[in-house]
Design a binder for this molecule. Structure first.
Ligand code: ADP
Length: 491
């Protein structure tokens, strides 16, 4: 079989341009696919915020023309290897649409209708399809990621109707988070893509209406849909988790394959992590307490290896359930424990975390994005709550386990798939799980964890070390993607 060629297109890429887990996946899955022999490449926007001193960027093609927004627009391709690999990353360079502002125009990646956000990702999709001729490289499959690339499968078909070179290109949409849908006025999208509304409507039944949802377009037009965990793949078929798209997803169920995300086990490795105070592994688990003392010192908390330390890292969005702390924080803060929060996002959640930092001497909050500090928390904390309302996969609980920090999670999506409860299975359990999304149930799970930590440290350490020994690498999941790719091109 000839070597499979796959182009990833996405809005984020760790470490070059990261906001959350989406970037981590696009920064790691292609590496694992390359190791399996796939010729994989990536396109992302050349955002103005990319640190050009940190990466060796080389301009390889200039002035590629694309029809866009009733004009002919130009863009350039810059290339850099994905750090730690030979996967080529193509950064598409067009100042007007891709280079301004940060990664997203809207706070918290919310995609609630801003015109510039719509234009940015329409441009990314249209331009990504214009790189094949200049690079003399034609992919078999385009691996799309979330709403930002939702229009791509339909665009391939549209261009393919006139240009046979596009006709055999298949597509896959990896669903990282259905809550972000990219909803915009259909007329605006048609104008950006240089189509009249009728042409757009031919592409998709849905585009006949006044509003278009990019992720829905992706679901309808793509060949395969891959939600990021098996449980999430089931959940989104229900009204509770389907974000208004459960019915469309059910109609396209034969295309759905839930595949669990992995994590970048080279980057998140307590044995080699250069950010943490002292490296350790499951055999030298006792060294973790040096990292705890370091974290306590960094945060101005009392240095004591026996005080249970609760860590939290993540986007501050409604999804993540941080508001569950509202009614219990008073009581929690009185206990013999410490809490360290790192996050950025919704203003009300940021304000709450800053307020409790000021009020309680045993709570520390840092608002902002800080990848180095995140590592200190993974390595220094004892326990790591992730009380999400919904969680498509969640990487933070896997990062925590890799560092021997025990997760306390709600049984939803990938949290359910990655954290078996110690109560259900004392020999295989990796953390503490609660079912119902409520402060009461979350509190009960936290108390269960604190009790075990205080009363049976030997057992606690066994759970923590078991977490460190799990295989969270991309290898298994990358094989599943490869199988799907192979089936798709054989069709
Ligand atoms: P989501 O994709 O919903 O943001 P995930 O758990 O899948 O959640 O991934 C979040 C990723 O982003 C993790 O790598 C986490 O360490 C990182 N992260 C989130 N917020 C911050 C922050 N404020 N500072 C540093 N890293 C963060």
């Amino acid at each position: 079989m000839p070597r499979l060629k796959v182009l990833f297109v996405g809005s984020e890429l760790t470490p070059i341009a990261k906001v959350g887990g989406l970037g981590d996946v696009i920064g790691a899955l292609p590496k694992a696919l390359k190791d399996l022999g796939v010729d994989v490449r990536i396109t992302i926007p050349k955002y103005g915020v990319i640190d050009e001193k940190k990466y060796t960027l080389k301009e390889i093609v200039s002035d590629i023309e694309v029809p866009f927004n009733e004009k002919t627009e130009k863009f350039n391709i810059w290339e850099t290897p994905l750090p730690g690999s030979k996967v080529p990353v193509y950064l598409l360079d067009n100042l007007e649409y891709l280079g301004q502002n940060g990664i997203y125009f809207e706070a918290n990646a919310s995609s609630s209708g801003a015109a510039n956000e719509c234009a940015r990702y329409c441009f990314l999709c249209r331009a990504s399809l214009a790189i094949f001729e200049p690079l003399n490289w034609w992919p078999d499959i385009i691996h799309c990621n979330d709403w930002h690339t939702g229009i791509l499968p339909a665009l391939i078909k549209l261009i393919g109707a006139k240009d046979p070179r596009y006709q055999n290109i298949k597509s896959l949409v990896q669903l990282h988070n259905l809550a972000y849908q990219g909803e915009y006025a259909t007329a605006q999208v048609a104008k950006l893509l240089n189509l009249n509304q009728e042409q757009l409507a031919k592409l998709s039944e849905d585009a006949k209406g006044e509003r278009i949802k990019f992720i829905k377009e992706g679901i309808l037009a793509t060949d395969l849909i891959c939600p990021v965990s098996p449980t999430y793949a089931q959940e989104i078929l229900t009204p509770e988790y389907g974000e208004g798209l459960a019915e469309v997803l059910r109609q396209n169920q034969d295309k759905i394959h839930g595949i669990l995300n992995g994590i970048d086990t080279d980057r998140f490795n307590p044995e080699t992590d250069p950010e943490i105070k002292i490296n350790y592994n499951a055999k030298s688990f006792e060294k973790k307490s040096e990292n705890k003392l370091n974290l306590q010192k960094y945060c101005g908390l009392k240095e004591n290896i026996n005080t249970p330390l609760i860590g939290s890292v993540g986007r501050l969005s409604h999804q993540k359930g941080i508001d569950l702390y509202y009614e219990m924080i008073e009581e929690l803060a009185k206990q013999n424990l410490q809490m360290v929060f790192l996050g950025a996002g919704d203003k009300d959640l940021e304000e709450f975390l800053v307020k409790i930092d000021k009020k309680y001497p045993n709570i520390y909050t840092k608002v902002g994005f800080d990848a180095s500090f995140a590592q200190l928390i993974y390595a220094g904390a004892d326990m790591f709550p992730v009380p999400s309302r919904f969680e498509p996969c969640g990487l933070i609980q896997m990062h925590a386990m890799r560092y021997g920090t025990v997760p306390i999670v709600r049984a939803t999506g990938g949290l359910k798939d990655t954290v078996p409860d110690v109560k259900q299975d004392p020999k295989k359990g990796l953390g503490f799980v609660f079912e119902e999304f409520s402060a009461k149930e979350f509190h009960k799970a936290l108390m269960r964890a604190l009790k075990l930590y205080q009363e049976d440290r030997k057992k606690w350490n066994e759970i923590a070390k078991r977490g460190m020994q799990q295989d969270f690498s991309w290898t298994n999941s990358a094989k599943k993607y490869l199988n799907l790719y192979q089936e798709l091109v054989a069709q």
